[in-house]
Design a protein around this ligand. Structure first.
Ligand code: ATP
Ligand code: MG
Length: 554
Protein backbone atom coordinates (compact mmCIF):
# COMPACT_ATOMS: atom_id res chain seq x y z
CA UNK A 1 0.00 0.00 0.00
CA UNK A 2 1.68 3.17 -1.11
CA UNK A 3 0.90 6.76 -0.29
CA UNK A 4 2.66 8.21 -3.31
CA UNK A 5 0.02 10.46 -4.79
CA UNK A 6 -1.40 10.41 -8.22
CA UNK A 7 -1.04 13.77 -9.84
CA UNK A 8 -3.80 16.37 -9.63
CA UNK A 9 -4.46 19.88 -10.92
CA UNK A 10 -2.42 21.50 -8.12
CA UNK A 11 0.58 19.26 -8.62
CA UNK A 12 0.34 19.98 -12.34
CA UNK A 13 0.45 23.74 -11.73
CA UNK A 14 3.44 23.33 -9.44
CA UNK A 15 5.30 21.17 -11.95
CA UNK A 16 4.57 23.70 -14.70
CA UNK A 17 5.84 26.60 -12.55
CA UNK A 18 9.08 24.75 -11.94
CA UNK A 19 9.44 23.81 -15.61
CA UNK A 20 8.81 27.36 -16.86
CA UNK A 21 11.23 28.79 -14.33
CA UNK A 22 8.51 30.91 -12.69
CA UNK A 23 9.69 29.44 -9.41
CA UNK A 24 13.05 27.85 -8.65
CA UNK A 25 11.48 25.90 -5.79
CA UNK A 26 8.12 25.32 -4.15
CA UNK A 27 7.11 26.56 -0.72
CA UNK A 28 3.76 25.52 0.70
CA UNK A 29 2.33 25.96 4.17
CA UNK A 30 -0.18 24.36 6.49
CA UNK A 31 -1.75 27.23 8.47
CA UNK A 32 -4.00 25.99 11.29
CA UNK A 33 -5.65 28.41 13.62
CA UNK A 34 -4.86 27.12 17.13
CA UNK A 35 -8.49 27.16 18.27
CA UNK A 36 -9.05 23.41 18.43
CA UNK A 37 -7.54 20.03 17.67
CA UNK A 38 -6.80 18.88 14.14
CA UNK A 39 -9.33 16.62 12.45
CA UNK A 40 -9.27 14.24 9.51
CA UNK A 41 -10.15 17.14 7.18
CA UNK A 42 -6.92 18.82 8.21
CA UNK A 43 -5.12 15.56 7.42
CA UNK A 44 -6.12 16.08 3.79
CA UNK A 45 -4.55 19.56 3.79
CA UNK A 46 -1.45 18.32 5.65
CA UNK A 47 -0.89 15.42 3.24
CA UNK A 48 -1.31 17.81 0.33
CA UNK A 49 1.01 20.57 1.53
CA UNK A 50 3.70 18.47 3.20
CA UNK A 51 3.35 15.83 0.49
CA UNK A 52 4.11 18.35 -2.27
CA UNK A 53 7.15 19.58 -0.36
CA UNK A 54 8.41 16.03 0.07
CA UNK A 55 7.87 15.10 -3.57
CA UNK A 56 9.79 18.18 -4.67
CA UNK A 57 12.56 17.93 -2.10
CA UNK A 58 15.15 17.66 -4.87
CA UNK A 59 14.49 21.29 -5.85
CA UNK A 60 14.64 22.43 -2.22
CA UNK A 61 10.88 22.50 -1.66
CA UNK A 62 9.57 22.88 1.87
CA UNK A 63 6.36 23.19 3.81
CA UNK A 64 5.89 25.61 6.67
CA UNK A 65 3.85 24.87 9.74
CA UNK A 66 2.34 28.23 10.52
CA UNK A 67 0.03 28.96 13.38
CA UNK A 68 -2.52 31.45 12.20
CA UNK A 69 -2.87 33.01 15.62
CA UNK A 70 -4.16 36.47 14.82
CA UNK A 71 -7.35 36.22 16.88
CA UNK A 72 -6.55 36.50 20.59
CA UNK A 73 -10.03 35.54 21.74
CA UNK A 74 -10.19 31.87 20.78
CA UNK A 75 -6.67 30.57 20.89
CA UNK A 76 -4.80 28.53 23.44
CA UNK A 77 -1.32 27.06 23.75
CA UNK A 78 -2.79 23.62 24.46
CA UNK A 79 -3.94 23.62 20.84
CA UNK A 80 -0.51 24.66 19.55
CA UNK A 81 1.09 21.67 21.27
CA UNK A 82 -1.58 19.21 20.14
CA UNK A 83 -1.31 20.40 16.53
CA UNK A 84 2.46 19.93 16.49
CA UNK A 85 2.21 16.46 17.91
CA UNK A 86 -0.56 15.45 15.48
CA UNK A 87 1.35 16.65 12.41
CA UNK A 88 4.38 14.64 13.56
CA UNK A 89 2.29 11.59 14.29
CA UNK A 90 0.82 11.77 10.81
CA UNK A 91 4.38 11.42 9.53
CA UNK A 92 5.40 14.94 8.54
CA UNK A 93 8.16 17.23 9.66
CA UNK A 94 8.37 21.00 9.30
CA UNK A 95 12.05 21.03 10.25
CA UNK A 96 13.09 24.62 10.96
CA UNK A 97 9.98 26.02 9.40
CA UNK A 98 7.75 26.69 12.36
CA UNK A 99 6.08 30.10 12.29
CA UNK A 100 3.51 32.14 14.16
CA UNK A 101 1.46 34.74 12.33
CA UNK A 102 1.52 36.84 15.49
CA UNK A 103 5.27 37.32 14.95
CA UNK A 104 4.34 39.44 11.92
CA UNK A 105 2.05 41.90 13.75
CA UNK A 106 4.49 44.75 13.22
CA UNK A 107 4.72 43.96 9.49
CA UNK A 108 0.92 43.85 9.16
CA UNK A 109 0.86 47.25 10.82
CA UNK A 110 3.47 48.68 8.44
CA UNK A 111 1.47 47.41 5.48
CA UNK A 112 -1.65 49.08 6.85
CA UNK A 113 0.26 52.34 7.18
CA UNK A 114 1.40 51.95 3.57
CA UNK A 115 -2.20 51.45 2.45
CA UNK A 116 -3.30 54.53 4.40
CA UNK A 117 -0.53 56.62 2.81
CA UNK A 118 -1.62 55.49 -0.64
CA UNK A 119 -5.19 56.50 0.16
CA UNK A 120 -6.23 52.84 0.10
CA UNK A 121 -7.35 52.46 3.69
CA UNK A 122 -9.33 54.62 6.11
CA UNK A 123 -10.43 54.63 9.69
CA UNK A 124 -14.18 54.25 9.94
CA UNK A 125 -15.88 55.55 13.10
CA UNK A 126 -19.31 54.19 12.22
CA UNK A 127 -20.80 51.57 14.51
CA UNK A 128 -20.67 47.88 13.58
CA UNK A 129 -24.42 48.03 12.79
CA UNK A 130 -23.99 51.01 10.50
CA UNK A 131 -21.18 49.27 8.64
CA UNK A 132 -23.29 46.15 8.28
CA UNK A 133 -26.37 48.06 7.11
CA UNK A 134 -24.48 50.01 4.47
CA UNK A 135 -22.79 46.97 2.96
CA UNK A 136 -25.76 46.30 0.68
CA UNK A 137 -26.42 42.80 -0.59
CA UNK A 138 -26.07 40.77 -3.77
CA UNK A 139 -28.52 42.98 -5.66
CA UNK A 140 -28.07 46.30 -3.86
CA UNK A 141 -24.69 48.07 -3.92
CA UNK A 142 -23.24 49.25 -0.62
CA UNK A 143 -23.23 52.87 0.58
CA UNK A 144 -19.97 54.66 1.01
CA UNK A 145 -18.96 55.55 4.53
CA UNK A 146 -18.91 59.26 5.46
CA UNK A 147 -15.32 58.62 6.62
CA UNK A 148 -14.24 57.16 3.28
CA UNK A 149 -12.54 60.29 2.01
CA UNK A 150 -10.72 61.29 5.17
CA UNK A 151 -7.23 62.48 4.10
CA UNK A 152 -4.31 60.06 4.72
CA UNK A 153 -2.66 62.25 7.41
CA UNK A 154 -5.83 62.21 9.48
CA UNK A 155 -6.27 58.46 8.99
CA UNK A 156 -2.69 57.90 10.02
CA UNK A 157 -3.22 59.88 13.19
CA UNK A 158 -6.40 57.95 13.99
CA UNK A 159 -4.81 54.59 13.25
CA UNK A 160 -1.83 55.44 15.47
CA UNK A 161 -4.26 56.30 18.25
CA UNK A 162 -6.14 53.04 17.66
CA UNK A 163 -2.88 51.19 18.22
CA UNK A 164 -2.12 53.29 21.28
CA UNK A 165 -5.35 52.13 22.89
CA UNK A 166 -7.23 55.42 22.80
CA UNK A 167 -10.45 53.81 21.58
CA UNK A 168 -12.78 51.24 23.01
CA UNK A 169 -13.69 48.10 21.10
CA UNK A 170 -16.08 48.94 18.27
CA UNK A 171 -15.30 52.66 18.27
CA UNK A 172 -13.12 52.51 15.18
CA UNK A 173 -11.98 50.04 12.52
CA UNK A 174 -9.59 50.27 9.62
CA UNK A 175 -11.15 49.49 6.24
CA UNK A 176 -9.58 48.87 2.87
CA UNK A 177 -10.85 51.37 0.30
CA UNK A 178 -11.79 49.22 -2.65
CA UNK A 179 -15.29 49.33 -4.16
CA UNK A 180 -18.61 49.61 -2.33
CA UNK A 181 -20.45 48.60 -5.51
CA UNK A 182 -18.41 45.49 -6.26
CA UNK A 183 -20.51 42.41 -7.02
CA UNK A 184 -18.06 40.59 -4.74
CA UNK A 185 -19.14 41.52 -1.22
CA UNK A 186 -15.62 40.82 0.04
CA UNK A 187 -14.38 43.83 -1.89
CA UNK A 188 -16.87 46.30 -0.38
CA UNK A 189 -14.36 48.11 1.77
CA UNK A 190 -13.65 45.14 4.03
CA UNK A 191 -12.62 45.75 7.62
CA UNK A 192 -8.93 44.90 7.93
CA UNK A 193 -8.24 45.89 11.56
CA UNK A 194 -10.43 45.93 14.62
CA UNK A 195 -9.86 46.87 18.22
CA UNK A 196 -9.74 44.07 20.78
CA UNK A 197 -8.54 44.75 24.29
CA UNK A 198 -7.54 41.14 24.74
CA UNK A 199 -4.52 39.26 25.96
CA UNK A 200 -2.71 37.32 23.24
CA UNK A 201 -0.96 34.00 23.97
CA UNK A 202 2.20 35.15 22.17
CA UNK A 203 2.28 38.96 22.19
CA UNK A 204 0.61 39.42 25.56
CA UNK A 205 -0.80 42.96 25.89
CA UNK A 206 1.46 44.57 23.28
CA UNK A 207 -1.43 45.01 20.85
CA UNK A 208 -5.02 46.09 21.08
CA UNK A 209 -5.67 46.16 17.35
CA UNK A 210 -5.81 42.87 15.49
CA UNK A 211 -5.82 42.21 11.72
CA UNK A 212 -8.68 40.36 10.03
CA UNK A 213 -8.03 36.98 8.40
CA UNK A 214 -8.48 38.12 4.79
CA UNK A 215 -5.94 40.87 5.25
CA UNK A 216 -3.40 39.00 7.36
CA UNK A 217 -3.34 35.71 5.50
CA UNK A 218 -1.90 36.90 2.17
CA UNK A 219 0.68 38.95 4.07
CA UNK A 220 1.71 35.90 6.12
CA UNK A 221 2.12 33.94 2.90
CA UNK A 222 4.11 36.74 1.31
CA UNK A 223 6.49 37.21 4.26
CA UNK A 224 7.29 33.53 4.16
CA UNK A 225 7.66 33.64 0.36
CA UNK A 226 5.06 30.92 -0.06
CA UNK A 227 4.78 30.10 -3.75
CA UNK A 228 1.45 28.25 -3.70
CA UNK A 229 -1.06 29.00 -0.99
CA UNK A 230 -3.47 26.06 -0.98
CA UNK A 231 -6.82 26.45 0.72
CA UNK A 232 -10.34 25.09 0.59
CA UNK A 233 -12.98 26.16 -1.93
CA UNK A 234 -14.89 28.50 0.33
CA UNK A 235 -11.95 30.92 -0.05
CA UNK A 236 -12.34 31.15 -3.81
CA UNK A 237 -14.60 34.18 -3.42
CA UNK A 238 -11.97 35.78 -1.16
CA UNK A 239 -9.22 35.42 -3.73
CA UNK A 240 -9.74 38.88 -5.34
CA UNK A 241 -9.17 40.42 -1.90
CA UNK A 242 -6.12 38.19 -1.36
CA UNK A 243 -4.71 39.44 -4.66
CA UNK A 244 -5.62 43.06 -3.85
CA UNK A 245 -3.67 42.92 -0.59
CA UNK A 246 -0.65 41.39 -2.33
CA UNK A 247 -0.82 43.98 -5.10
CA UNK A 248 -1.01 47.06 -2.88
CA UNK A 249 1.14 46.19 0.12
CA UNK A 250 4.96 46.33 0.21
CA UNK A 251 5.47 42.56 0.12
CA UNK A 252 8.64 40.56 -0.59
CA UNK A 253 6.88 37.90 -2.73
CA UNK A 254 3.68 37.27 -4.63
CA UNK A 255 2.13 33.98 -3.58
CA UNK A 256 -0.70 32.44 -5.57
CA UNK A 257 -3.82 31.12 -3.89
CA UNK A 258 -5.28 27.88 -5.27
CA UNK A 259 -8.45 26.29 -3.89
CA UNK A 260 -9.39 22.63 -3.58
CA UNK A 261 -12.42 20.78 -2.21
CA UNK A 262 -12.50 20.19 1.52
CA UNK A 263 -13.00 16.73 2.94
CA UNK A 264 -16.44 15.94 4.29
CA UNK A 265 -17.28 12.51 5.69
CA UNK A 266 -20.60 10.79 6.27
CA UNK A 267 -21.60 10.16 9.92
CA UNK A 268 -19.12 12.86 10.97
CA UNK A 269 -19.10 16.51 11.94
CA UNK A 270 -15.90 18.23 10.97
CA UNK A 271 -16.00 21.84 12.05
CA UNK A 272 -13.87 22.69 15.06
CA UNK A 273 -16.70 24.74 16.48
CA UNK A 274 -18.94 21.69 16.58
CA UNK A 275 -16.20 19.43 17.87
CA UNK A 276 -15.58 21.97 20.65
CA UNK A 277 -19.28 21.86 21.49
CA UNK A 278 -19.15 18.05 21.82
CA UNK A 279 -16.22 18.41 24.22
CA UNK A 280 -17.64 21.33 26.22
CA UNK A 281 -21.06 19.75 26.67
CA UNK A 282 -19.48 16.48 27.80
CA UNK A 283 -21.06 14.54 24.94
CA UNK A 284 -17.68 12.88 24.38
CA UNK A 285 -14.82 12.38 26.79
CA UNK A 286 -12.50 15.03 25.34
CA UNK A 287 -10.84 16.04 22.07
CA UNK A 288 -9.10 12.66 21.90
CA UNK A 289 -12.20 10.58 22.57
CA UNK A 290 -11.84 7.64 20.15
CA UNK A 291 -15.20 8.52 18.56
CA UNK A 292 -13.98 11.97 17.53
CA UNK A 293 -12.74 12.60 13.96
CA UNK A 294 -9.77 14.43 15.46
CA UNK A 295 -6.34 13.01 14.67
CA UNK A 296 -5.75 12.44 18.38
CA UNK A 297 -9.10 10.63 18.63
CA UNK A 298 -8.43 8.48 15.58
CA UNK A 299 -4.99 7.66 16.92
CA UNK A 300 -6.47 6.58 20.25
CA UNK A 301 -9.04 4.59 18.36
CA UNK A 302 -6.14 2.70 16.75
CA UNK A 303 -6.24 4.19 13.25
CA UNK A 304 -2.69 3.94 11.87
CA UNK A 305 -1.22 7.14 10.45
CA UNK A 306 -0.29 5.22 7.29
CA UNK A 307 -3.93 4.25 6.71
CA UNK A 308 -5.02 7.89 7.04
CA UNK A 309 -2.32 8.98 4.59
CA UNK A 310 -3.36 6.29 2.17
CA UNK A 311 -6.98 7.36 2.46
CA UNK A 312 -6.05 10.98 1.70
CA UNK A 313 -4.08 9.87 -1.31
CA UNK A 314 -6.95 7.74 -2.57
CA UNK A 315 -9.63 10.42 -2.36
CA UNK A 316 -7.37 12.80 -4.26
CA UNK A 317 -7.53 16.55 -4.79
CA UNK A 318 -10.33 18.06 -6.86
CA UNK A 319 -12.37 21.23 -7.27
CA UNK A 320 -15.71 19.57 -6.55
CA UNK A 321 -17.27 19.56 -3.11
CA UNK A 322 -18.78 16.30 -2.03
CA UNK A 323 -19.07 13.96 0.89
CA UNK A 324 -16.92 10.87 1.18
CA UNK A 325 -18.38 7.70 2.66
CA UNK A 326 -16.71 7.10 6.04
CA UNK A 327 -16.80 3.38 5.14
CA UNK A 328 -13.97 4.13 2.72
CA UNK A 329 -11.78 5.34 5.57
CA UNK A 330 -12.76 2.34 7.67
CA UNK A 331 -11.90 0.09 4.75
CA UNK A 332 -8.40 1.56 4.52
CA UNK A 333 -7.89 1.11 8.25
CA UNK A 334 -8.98 -2.53 8.11
CA UNK A 335 -6.97 -3.16 4.98
CA UNK A 336 -3.82 -1.72 6.52
CA UNK A 337 -4.20 -3.43 9.90
CA UNK A 338 -4.96 -6.76 8.25
CA UNK A 339 -1.45 -7.01 6.87
CA UNK A 340 0.54 -5.49 9.72
CA UNK A 341 -0.92 -6.58 13.06
CA UNK A 342 -0.81 -9.99 14.75
CA UNK A 343 -3.81 -12.07 15.78
CA UNK A 344 -4.76 -12.67 19.38
CA UNK A 345 -7.74 -14.26 21.13
CA UNK A 346 -10.19 -12.50 23.40
CA UNK A 347 -13.69 -13.36 24.53
CA UNK A 348 -15.96 -10.36 24.89
CA UNK A 349 -19.20 -12.02 25.98
CA UNK A 350 -17.95 -14.99 27.98
CA UNK A 351 -19.71 -18.32 28.44
CA UNK A 352 -17.91 -21.13 30.27
CA UNK A 353 -17.20 -24.33 28.37
CA UNK A 354 -16.21 -27.33 30.53
CA UNK A 355 -14.31 -30.17 28.85
CA UNK A 356 -15.53 -33.07 30.97
CA UNK A 357 -12.99 -35.65 29.84
CA UNK A 358 -10.06 -33.30 30.54
CA UNK A 359 -8.31 -33.90 33.87
CA UNK A 360 -8.77 -31.01 36.29
CA UNK A 361 -5.63 -28.95 36.95
CA UNK A 362 -3.87 -30.11 33.81
CA UNK A 363 -3.11 -28.03 30.79
CA UNK A 364 -1.58 -28.62 27.40
CA UNK A 365 0.30 -26.28 25.11
CA UNK A 366 -1.06 -25.44 21.72
CA UNK A 367 0.83 -23.49 19.11
CA UNK A 368 -1.05 -20.87 17.15
CA UNK A 369 0.12 -18.79 14.20
CA UNK A 370 0.20 -15.04 14.77
CA UNK A 371 -0.96 -14.27 11.25
CA UNK A 372 -2.73 -16.61 8.85
CA UNK A 373 -0.86 -15.37 5.78
CA UNK A 374 2.41 -14.11 7.15
CA UNK A 375 4.62 -16.87 8.58
CA UNK A 376 7.25 -14.25 9.39
CA UNK A 377 5.06 -13.15 12.28
CA UNK A 378 5.70 -16.51 13.89
CA UNK A 379 3.61 -18.45 16.34
CA UNK A 380 2.80 -18.29 20.03
CA UNK A 381 2.05 -20.94 22.60
CA UNK A 382 -1.16 -20.93 24.61
CA UNK A 383 -2.31 -23.25 27.36
CA UNK A 384 -5.52 -25.16 26.89
CA UNK A 385 -7.19 -26.44 30.06
CA UNK A 386 -10.37 -28.08 31.30
CA UNK A 387 -12.38 -24.86 31.42
CA UNK A 388 -12.33 -22.25 28.68
CA UNK A 389 -14.30 -19.09 27.91
CA UNK A 390 -16.09 -19.00 24.58
CA UNK A 391 -18.36 -16.32 23.11
CA UNK A 392 -21.95 -16.65 24.20
CA UNK A 393 -23.09 -16.49 20.60
CA UNK A 394 -20.87 -19.42 19.62
CA UNK A 395 -23.43 -21.68 21.32
CA UNK A 396 -27.08 -22.08 20.39
CA UNK A 397 -29.45 -24.27 22.36
CA UNK A 398 -31.49 -24.83 19.23
CA UNK A 399 -29.15 -24.04 16.36
CA UNK A 400 -30.75 -22.14 13.53
CA UNK A 401 -30.23 -23.06 9.89
CA UNK A 402 -26.68 -22.54 8.60
CA UNK A 403 -25.36 -22.22 12.14
CA UNK A 404 -22.23 -24.37 12.21
CA UNK A 405 -20.93 -23.68 15.67
CA UNK A 406 -21.71 -25.30 19.01
CA UNK A 407 -25.10 -26.78 19.96
CA UNK A 408 -26.25 -29.92 21.73
CA UNK A 409 -24.60 -32.92 20.09
CA UNK A 410 -22.52 -30.74 17.76
CA UNK A 411 -18.82 -30.56 17.06
CA UNK A 412 -16.61 -27.51 16.82
CA UNK A 413 -12.85 -26.96 16.85
CA UNK A 414 -11.24 -24.86 19.53
CA UNK A 415 -8.93 -22.70 17.41
CA UNK A 416 -5.44 -24.25 17.26
CA UNK A 417 -6.52 -27.17 19.43
CA UNK A 418 -8.92 -30.09 19.63
CA UNK A 419 -12.35 -30.73 18.24
CA UNK A 420 -14.93 -30.84 21.06
CA UNK A 421 -18.34 -32.52 21.12
CA UNK A 422 -21.12 -30.81 23.03
CA UNK A 423 -22.69 -33.07 25.63
CA UNK A 424 -25.00 -30.69 27.51
CA UNK A 425 -25.52 -27.35 29.23
CA UNK A 426 -26.85 -25.73 32.41
CA UNK A 427 -29.33 -22.90 32.85
CA UNK A 428 -30.10 -20.64 35.75
CA UNK A 429 -33.56 -19.86 37.18
CA UNK A 430 -34.14 -17.19 34.49
CA UNK A 431 -33.40 -19.65 31.71
CA UNK A 432 -30.04 -18.11 30.88
CA UNK A 433 -27.35 -20.57 29.87
CA UNK A 434 -24.61 -20.61 32.49
CA UNK A 435 -22.30 -23.35 31.33
CA UNK A 436 -21.81 -25.67 28.38
CA UNK A 437 -20.39 -29.17 28.64
CA UNK A 438 -18.37 -31.06 26.07
CA UNK A 439 -15.77 -33.76 25.53
CA UNK A 440 -12.66 -33.33 23.44
CA UNK A 441 -11.67 -35.81 20.75
CA UNK A 442 -8.10 -37.00 21.41
CA UNK A 443 -5.90 -37.00 18.35
CA UNK A 444 -7.68 -34.11 16.64
CA UNK A 445 -5.15 -31.39 17.54
CA UNK A 446 -3.58 -30.29 14.28
CA UNK A 447 -5.42 -33.10 12.52
CA UNK A 448 -8.61 -33.42 10.50
CA UNK A 449 -11.87 -34.58 11.99
CA UNK A 450 -12.19 -38.36 12.16
CA UNK A 451 -14.55 -40.22 9.85
CA UNK A 452 -18.17 -39.50 10.65
CA UNK A 453 -17.52 -36.31 12.65
CA UNK A 454 -19.00 -33.16 11.13
CA UNK A 455 -16.94 -30.17 12.25
CA UNK A 456 -17.44 -27.09 10.12
CA UNK A 457 -16.20 -24.27 12.31
CA UNK A 458 -13.39 -23.21 14.60
CA UNK A 459 -14.10 -20.84 17.46
CA UNK A 460 -11.77 -18.72 19.56
CA UNK A 461 -11.37 -19.30 23.29
CA UNK A 462 -9.49 -18.16 26.37
CA UNK A 463 -8.43 -20.54 29.13
CA UNK A 464 -10.28 -19.77 32.37
CA UNK A 465 -7.17 -20.58 34.39
CA UNK A 466 -4.71 -18.63 32.24
CA UNK A 467 -6.71 -15.82 30.72
CA UNK A 468 -6.73 -12.29 32.14
CA UNK A 469 -9.43 -9.70 32.73
CA UNK A 470 -9.65 -6.71 30.47
CA UNK A 471 -11.95 -3.79 29.89
CA UNK A 472 -12.93 -3.61 26.25
CA UNK A 473 -14.46 -0.47 24.79
CA UNK A 474 -16.59 -1.15 21.75
CA UNK A 475 -16.70 2.03 19.72
CA UNK A 476 -19.05 2.69 16.89
CA UNK A 477 -19.89 5.71 14.75
CA UNK A 478 -20.74 8.78 16.80
CA UNK A 479 -23.86 9.67 14.81
CA UNK A 480 -26.79 7.62 13.58
CA UNK A 481 -27.39 9.85 10.55
CA UNK A 482 -25.18 10.01 7.48
CA UNK A 483 -25.42 13.80 7.54
CA UNK A 484 -25.57 14.88 11.18
CA UNK A 485 -25.22 18.56 10.19
CA UNK A 486 -28.60 18.33 8.47
CA UNK A 487 -30.46 16.84 11.42
CA UNK A 488 -33.60 18.81 12.26
CA UNK A 489 -32.77 19.34 15.90
CA UNK A 490 -29.05 19.83 15.25
CA UNK A 491 -26.23 17.32 15.22
CA UNK A 492 -26.33 16.69 18.96
CA UNK A 493 -29.80 15.14 18.59
CA UNK A 494 -28.49 12.34 16.37
CA UNK A 495 -25.67 11.09 18.57
CA UNK A 496 -25.54 7.30 18.44
CA UNK A 497 -26.50 6.03 21.94
CA UNK A 498 -24.54 2.86 21.18
CA UNK A 499 -21.37 4.65 20.08
CA UNK A 500 -19.61 3.29 23.17
CA UNK A 501 -20.27 0.03 25.02
CA UNK A 502 -17.87 -1.09 27.72
CA UNK A 503 -17.59 -4.80 28.41
CA UNK A 504 -15.58 -6.97 30.79
CA UNK A 505 -13.71 -9.47 28.73
CA UNK A 506 -11.10 -12.21 29.02
CA UNK A 507 -8.00 -12.06 26.89
CA UNK A 508 -5.09 -14.42 26.33
CA UNK A 509 -2.27 -14.03 28.87
CA UNK A 510 0.27 -12.42 26.56
CA UNK A 511 -1.93 -9.35 26.23
CA UNK A 512 -1.40 -8.56 29.90
CA UNK A 513 2.09 -7.33 29.07
CA UNK A 514 1.51 -5.23 25.97
CA UNK A 515 2.21 -1.51 25.98
CA UNK A 516 -0.33 1.21 25.25
CA UNK A 517 -1.04 1.53 21.51
CA UNK A 518 -0.28 -2.15 20.85
CA UNK A 519 -2.55 -3.12 17.98
CA UNK A 520 -3.85 -6.57 17.08
CA UNK A 521 -6.78 -8.41 15.64
CA UNK A 522 -8.96 -10.19 18.17
CA UNK A 523 -9.73 -13.21 16.04
CA UNK A 524 -13.21 -13.17 14.54
CA UNK A 525 -14.06 -9.91 16.32
CA UNK A 526 -12.18 -6.98 14.86
CA UNK A 527 -9.09 -4.84 15.30
CA UNK A 528 -8.27 -3.58 18.77
CA UNK A 529 -5.69 -1.30 20.31
CA UNK A 530 -4.44 -0.98 23.89
CA UNK A 531 -5.68 2.40 25.04
CA UNK A 532 -3.09 5.16 24.92
CA UNK A 533 -4.17 6.70 28.23
CA UNK A 534 -5.91 4.15 30.45
CA UNK A 535 -4.21 0.86 29.59
CA UNK A 536 -1.65 -0.15 32.23
CA UNK A 537 0.23 -3.36 31.48
CA UNK A 538 -0.18 -5.95 34.22
CA UNK A 539 -2.49 -3.70 36.21
CA UNK A 540 -5.54 -2.65 34.27
CA UNK A 541 -5.95 -3.70 30.66
CA UNK A 542 -8.04 -1.53 28.36
CA UNK A 543 -8.58 -2.30 24.68
CA UNK A 544 -10.43 -0.12 22.21
CA UNK A 545 -12.17 -1.53 19.20
CA UNK A 546 -10.61 0.23 16.23
CA UNK A 547 -12.92 -1.24 13.64
CA UNK A 548 -15.00 -4.39 13.31
CA UNK A 549 -14.01 -7.00 10.74
CA UNK A 550 -16.93 -6.11 8.53
CA UNK A 551 -18.99 -3.01 7.92
CA UNK A 552 -22.13 -3.56 9.98
CA UNK A 553 -23.78 -0.36 8.65
CA UNK A 554 -24.44 -1.70 5.18
P1 ATP B 1 -12.84 24.23 10.75
O1 ATP B 1 -13.83 24.64 9.70
O2 ATP B 1 -12.91 22.80 11.13
O3 ATP B 1 -12.81 25.16 11.92
P2 ATP B 1 -10.74 25.67 9.59
O4 ATP B 1 -10.64 25.71 8.12
O5 ATP B 1 -11.29 26.84 10.30
O6 ATP B 1 -11.45 24.34 10.02
P3 ATP B 1 -7.99 26.05 10.08
O7 ATP B 1 -7.24 25.77 11.32
O8 ATP B 1 -8.18 27.45 9.69
O9 ATP B 1 -9.37 25.33 10.25
O10 ATP B 1 -7.45 25.19 8.86
C1 ATP B 1 -6.11 24.96 8.55
C2 ATP B 1 -6.03 24.47 7.15
O11 ATP B 1 -6.72 23.22 7.03
C3 ATP B 1 -6.67 25.43 6.16
O12 ATP B 1 -5.80 25.61 5.07
C4 ATP B 1 -7.94 24.75 5.76
O13 ATP B 1 -8.30 25.08 4.46
C5 ATP B 1 -7.60 23.27 5.93
N1 ATP B 1 -8.80 22.49 6.22
C6 ATP B 1 -9.65 22.67 7.24
N2 ATP B 1 -10.69 21.81 7.17
C7 ATP B 1 -10.48 21.05 6.06
C8 ATP B 1 -11.19 19.98 5.43
N3 ATP B 1 -12.34 19.52 5.93
N4 ATP B 1 -10.67 19.44 4.31
C9 ATP B 1 -9.51 19.91 3.81
N5 ATP B 1 -8.79 20.91 4.34
C10 ATP B 1 -9.26 21.48 5.46
MG1 MG C 1 -11.35 28.59 10.89
Amino acid sequence: MSDTPKTDFIREIIAADLASGKHATTITRFPPEPNGYLHIGHAKAICLNFGIARENAASGARCHLRFDDTNPAKEETEYVESIKSDVKWLGFDWGENLFFASDYFEFFYECAVALINKGLAYVDRQTAEQIKETRGNLTVPGKESPYRDTPPEENLDLFTRMRAGEFKEGEAVLRAKIDMASPNMNLRDPVIYRIMHAHHHNTGDAWCIYPMYDYAHPLEDAVEKITHSLCTLEFEIHRPLYDWVIEHCPVPAKPRQIEFARLNLTYTVMSKRKLLQLVKEGLVEGWDDPRMPTLSGLRRRGYPAAAIRHFCQRIGITKYNGTTDVALLEFDVRDHLNTVVPRRMAVLDPLKLVIENWPAGESEEVEIDNHPKDPAMGTRTLKLSREVWIERDDFQEEPEKKYFRLGPGRYVRLRGGYIVHCTGFNKDAEGRITEVHCEYLPGTKGADAPEGVKCKAAIHWVSVEHGVDAEVRLYDRLFTEADPDDAEGGFVTVINPDSLTKVRAYVEPELAGVEPEFSCQFERLGYFVADQKDHRPGVHLVFNRTVALRDSWK
